[in-house]
Ligand binder design. Structure first.
Ligand SMILES: Cc1ncc(COP(=O)(O)O)c(C=O)c1O
Length: 379
């Protein structure tokens, strides 16, 4: 048996998404910038997709800029804030995705930008009083804080942060890669400058995403070389990917409560099963539903002799999940997120992440494999 419990890394493509993409791949090959019929048909697909996405997020279609995914969209937001909006100060956190943290470090170095890292508690919650304090410094500031952490699932009080940013005239970017299509986002109500999306996190294709850029800010081209995306991002658009993403956004947003209830049920079931199996089970990040993304569960398992082999053993037994640690050039660097919250790294940790296609049988199977690995007898 094979079970896939790594949906924060990527999700299976929904069949309805494939059905939208296949005919475009096989017949709608026009370049949307061409003025003939083939081009006009491709352009129509592009603009219909943009409208579908904008409707679901309650923003204007002109505020959606298609990109190659979440990383590019995050880069675009941060570069735009510095290069077009004149930001000289960035407030971020040590547990952002590298698409944000590495970009912030890079732009700061080259542009004499001051970076402040916000205080976090042991579950990855930001200290709002510290944020307000940092905002009072009076620089032209960008706040870049992710909506839900991809490793530990802790949610940002995004509305409160946006209100504070507005109060102190700061720009606000939130990496919403893990939350678009999973948590309702209403941009007519949430005052924010940039949010980002990667289609493959919500059952869409890989290599496509978008940046929402609030139309009240004037931004310059991020990718030079063509007038696509209103001159902001040159390059022939990935039409079938964009159409697939629009379908994925539509499916996710139109059934968001139903999916949320279902997946939260799966997560709660796994927590109950693990708590029943292990007497001292622990979790990293928030697990309370109102404070935690329901697709992510970061487990801290009891120590054992072979704990370094836990992920490998799960993989051998057909359970696909991920660790908080990334191996770079053979050196175990550890997870910057777990380091950022001072997590206990003496115990093995595994991130399980779920989708609307995950079943209770998948959870039962994963838990039974953990029982075997830990040699716990059936009572
Ligand atoms: C929070 C977050 N931001 C950004 C990204 C990068 O997205 P992409 O893989 O589309 O470049 C990811 C993907 O892992 C993510 O989880």
């Amino acid at each position: 048996m094979q079970v896939y419990l790594d949906n924060a890394a990527t999700t299976p493509v929904a069949k309805e998404v494939v059905e939208v993409m296949l005919p475009i791949l096989s017949s709608e090959f026009g370049n949307p910038s061409s003025s003939h019929l083939f081009g006009r048909k491709a352009k129509a697909i592009l603009e219909t997709s943009r409208r579908t996405i904008a409707q679901r997020l309650h923003c204007s279609p002109s505020e959606i800029i298609f990109t190659s995914g979440g990383t590019e969209a995050d880069n675009m937001a941060i570069h735009s804030a510095i290069e077009s909006l004149g930001v000289t100060h960035i407030i971020s956190s040590e547990i952002e995705h590298h698409a944000v943290s590495h970009t912030v470090e890079y732009v700061a170095k080259g542009n004499n930008i001051v970076i402040d890292y916000i205080k976090l508690d042991s579950k990855g919650n930001i200290d709002l009083a510290h944020l307000e304090n940092l905002l009072q410094r009076g620089h032209k500031t960008l706040v870049s804080l992710m909506h839900a952490n991809n490793e530990i699932g802790t949610l940002l009080p995004i509305k409160r942060v946006s209100e504070l940013c507005r109060q102190y005239n700061a720009y606000f970017h939130s990496d919403t890669v893990q939350t678009i299509g999973h948590i309702p986002i209403d941009l007519s109500d949430l005052d924010i400058d940039f949010i980002t999306c990667a289609a493959h996190k919500l059952h869409g294709p890989k290599g496509v995403g978008f940046l929402y850029a609030n139309k009240k800010n004037k931004t310059h081209a991020f990718v030079q070389g063509g007038s696509q995306e209103r001159g902001l991002r040159g390059g022939t658009e990935n039409i079938y990917g964009i159409a697939g993403m629009a379908k994925a956004v539509e499916l996710a947003c139109d059934h968001i409560e139903e999916h949320k209830n279902y997946v939260q049920g799966i997560k709660s079931y796994m927590i109950e099963s693990l708590n029943a199996l292990f007497s001292d089970m622990k979790y990293h990040g928030e697990i309370e539903p109102s404070k935690s993304l329901y697709t992510v569960l970061n487990c801290s398992f009891p120590s054992s002799e072979n704990q370094g082999m836990l992920l490998f053993s799960l993989d051998l037994k057909g359970v696909a999940c991920s660790g908080g640690s990334a191996c770079t050039s053979g050196a175990n660097m550890g997870s910057h997120v777990l380091r950022g919250i001072n997590a206990d790294n003496s115990r093995p940790n595994v991130r399980f992440s779920f989708s609307r296609f995950t079943t209770k049988e998948d959870i039962d199977y994963a838990v039974s494999q953990l029982r075997d690995i830990y040699k716990i007898s059936h009572s």
